[in-house]
Design a protein around this ligand. Structure first.
Ligand SMILES: [Zn+2]
Length: 415
């Protein structure tokens, strides 16, 4: 099973927007591109929303049948590990092996030595085609990379083996993710991580490193854009080298776990993948849930009331809701509107405050980030929430489609 060159991960917390998301992708594909949708959902999301991996498969299949979509599509067991993979095994065909928590765990002396010895030929000045300065590889550097990543890649190979036993080799896509950590992996880290994966027989088709800068939930990238561009370009070149040198799958590409809406790095990535004619996988998740709330506010009346109730509950429980996401949000509480204030808002004011158009005078990134992490509030409303999604599905679906097409795909693929 092979992923196509371009793919986009579309998260959908409440599993109601599959058709709208696919409409956006099909619209982009009309320009001759072949972007494959990948419906991704993590174990954590399933737990909060009380959904099952089979629901995502059903949603994807239904969307594809409804629109008569003929291209490839996938269902991603996002951020799974050995203890959470089992319920996803049957219905997913894309597995994101999250081994971040194994970074820095010890490996045996013998394993360390075997790895370092196998890298003998790279010690010295290592030229990677396209990268101006050769990489300076020393034994000490290899030791430090192995002590950080050998156990993590070993873990990836164990999850991969489990999947081969339970699904059969070749029947699923393998992604390896290390993005949910504090310190970014450098291109030289990436090179040797890929060697470890190749040595262990993990045929990764996508790799998700932690990039430099902040990837806060639902808002734009914060960091040095030039530094990001340099790192992203070097990663692309390192992957190209690693594919040839270590015999990894030729379609191996970067996966960017965006935390949604990293608009300022989209054109940078677009330029680089175009320059080298490379593929890309981009995961988005909460951006669709936010469009649901925007759609409800636009619908007005009882739907606007519900959107206000979601904010009130989010505001009153902000500490609890923000805690699991503390590392990936930056909310200035003094800039959050009061519940009374929001209760007085019109449809327009609510939607403009939440919608991700940073130059709009009403846009408030603090408000947006809080709602982003507050999908648990809507999940607890159960039918009250989902019945409104159904009742106002046209307005909401239009918001979802417009968001994915206009703000994401157009920027990412220079449409
Ligand atoms: Zn991630």
């Amino acid at each position: 099973m092979e992923l196509s060159k371009y793919s986009i991960g579309v998260g959908d917390r409440f599993a109601h927007q599959g058709v709208a998301q696919l409409r956006a992708i099909m619209k982009a594909n009309q320009s001759g591109l072949e972007i494959s949708p990948v419906w991704n959902k993590s174990n954590r999301e399933h737990m909060y929303v009380h959904t099952h991996p089979a629901d995502v498969r059903r949603e994807a299949d239904t969307a594809v049948a409804t629109l008569g979509y003929k291209g490839k599509y996938f269902v991603d067991a996002d951020h799974i590990n050995l203890s959470t993979v089992a319920p996803f095994t049957e219905t997913a065909d894309f597995f994101t092996l999250d081994v971040a928590s194994f970074i820095g765990k010890p490996s045996s002396e013998a394993d360390m030595e075997t790895f370092i010895d196998s890298c003998e030929k790279y010690i010295g000045e290592l030229s990677i085609p396209g990268i101006e300065k050769p990489l300076h590889v020393t034994k000490e550097l290899l030791k430090s990379i192995a002590s950080k990543f050998l156990a993590a890649t070993q873990q990836a190979s164990e999850i991969y083996k489990y999947l081969v036993e339970n699904k059969g080799a070749g029947n699923f896509i393998t992604e390896v993710s290390m993005d949910e950590v504090e310190s970014p992996q450098t291109p030289v880290d990436m090179l040797f991580i890929l060697k470890m994966l190749a040595d262990k027989g993990v045929p990764a088709q996508t790799i998700a490193p932690k990039f430099t800068g902040r990837f806060n939930k639902g808002v734009d990238y914060r960091g040095d854009l030039d530094q990001f561009a340099l790192e992203f370009e070097e990663d692309v070149l390192v992957i190209d080298f690693a594919v040839k040198e270590f015999g990894l799958p030729k379609e191996l590409k970067l996966s960017v776990h965006s935390g949604s809406d990293k608009f300022s790095i989209y054109p940078i990535m677009a330029d680089i993948i175009k320059k080298y004619d490379k593929g890309l996988h981009l995961k988005t998740a909460g951006t669709t849930w936010l469009e649901e709330v925007i759609g409800l506010s636009v619908a007005g009346g009882e739907a606007l009331e519900l959107a206000k109730k979601i904010y009130a509950n989010s505001y009153n429980r902000k500490d609890e809701l923000c805690a699991p996401y503390a590392d990936v949000i930056d909310i200035d509480e003094t800039l959050l509107p009061s519940v009374e204030e929001v209760n007085s808002w019109t449809s327009e004011k609510y939607a403009n405050t939440l919608r991700h158009i940073p130059e709009h005078p009403d846009y408030n990134s603090n408000f947006r980030q809080l709602i982003h992490v507050a999908y648990k509030v809507a999940a607890e409303m159960g039918d009250t929430y989902t019945s409104m999604l159904e009742k106002y599905s046209e307005i909401i679906g239009n918001c979802v489609e417009e968001n994915i097409y206009e703000r994401h795909l157009k920027r990412l693929f220079s449409l």
